[in-house]
Design a protein around this ligand. Structure first.
Ligand code: IMP
Length: 207
């Protein structure tokens, strides 16, 4: 098998594409977003888990493009809120509601909840569909706590309320390289990168 010329990352989320390109920098196959690849697809994410949703997206795009397709599905689980917003993180309070409103709403719902019960985690599942149609899914997790106010300008989404206890800062206050080192997405992408390297090794022409 010839080495794939590109990896299509099945997401339209610009913030994610930026992080993915940062995290996969140095990998010798270029990453294309759906937009870069000229693919316009509206995929229904109706899975019940991050893994199911990541696979749904990667398979749908692979059916259009073939080749090597990756996709991620991620979200925030807050323990005191029964793991909400979970797989519905992007759609929480409606897709068009600003993150200032979403974040303030979550802080409001945690009023009176003490520090030790404000535990939460970001979860990211990354699915790969390989050129021969085989599949792999991996998961990365970052544990933390929900703060009492919005803080920080970096990152996106729920970063301004998500505190990493070992840094005493929200992931929106940390520089991108620190967030990428610790993050759910960073961990999952490093795992899938290993899977891709293994697949390429197993299927290389010289083997
Ligand atoms: P999806 O994976 O496209 O379904 O969307 C995941 C949603 O979870 C994002 O739109 C954010 O709301 C939230 N999310 C996932 N990862 C992060 C992160 O690293 N920081 C902040 N919010 C995140």
């Amino acid at each position: 098998m010839k080495k794939p010329e590109k990896i299509i990352f099945a997401t339209g989320n610009r913030d994610k594409v930026r992080e993915i390109k940062e995290i996969m920098a140095g990998f010798d196959i270029p990453i294309f977003s759906l937009k870069d690849a000229g693919i316009d697809a509206d995929i229904k994410e109706d899975g019940e888990t991050f893994e199911e949703n990541a696979l749904i997206k990667a398979r749908s795009i692979w059916n259009i493009s073939g080749g090597l397709v990756l996709s991620d599905d991620s979200g925030l689980e807050i323990d005191a809120l029964n793991k909400e917003p979970g797989v519905l993180s992007a759609r929480y309070m409606g897709e068009n509601t600003s993150y200032v409103e979403k974040n303030n709403n979550l802080i409001g719902r945690l009023e009176g909840v003490p520090d030790e019960k404000r535990t939460a985690r970001f979860v990211c599942a990354v699915a790969a569909v390989f050129p021969d149609g085989s599949e792999k899914v991996v998961r990365g997790v970052m544990e933390g706590r929900i703060g009492y106010e919005i803080k920080g300008e970096n990152g996106f989404g729920y970063d301004p309320i998500f505190i990493l206890p070992e840094y005493g800062k929200t992931t929106a206050e940390l520089p991108p390289e620190v967030k990428n080192k610790e993050s759910h997405r960073g961990k999952a992408l490093r795992l899938i990168r290993k899977e891709i390297e293994e697949y390429l090794h197993e299927n290389s022409d010289s083997k």
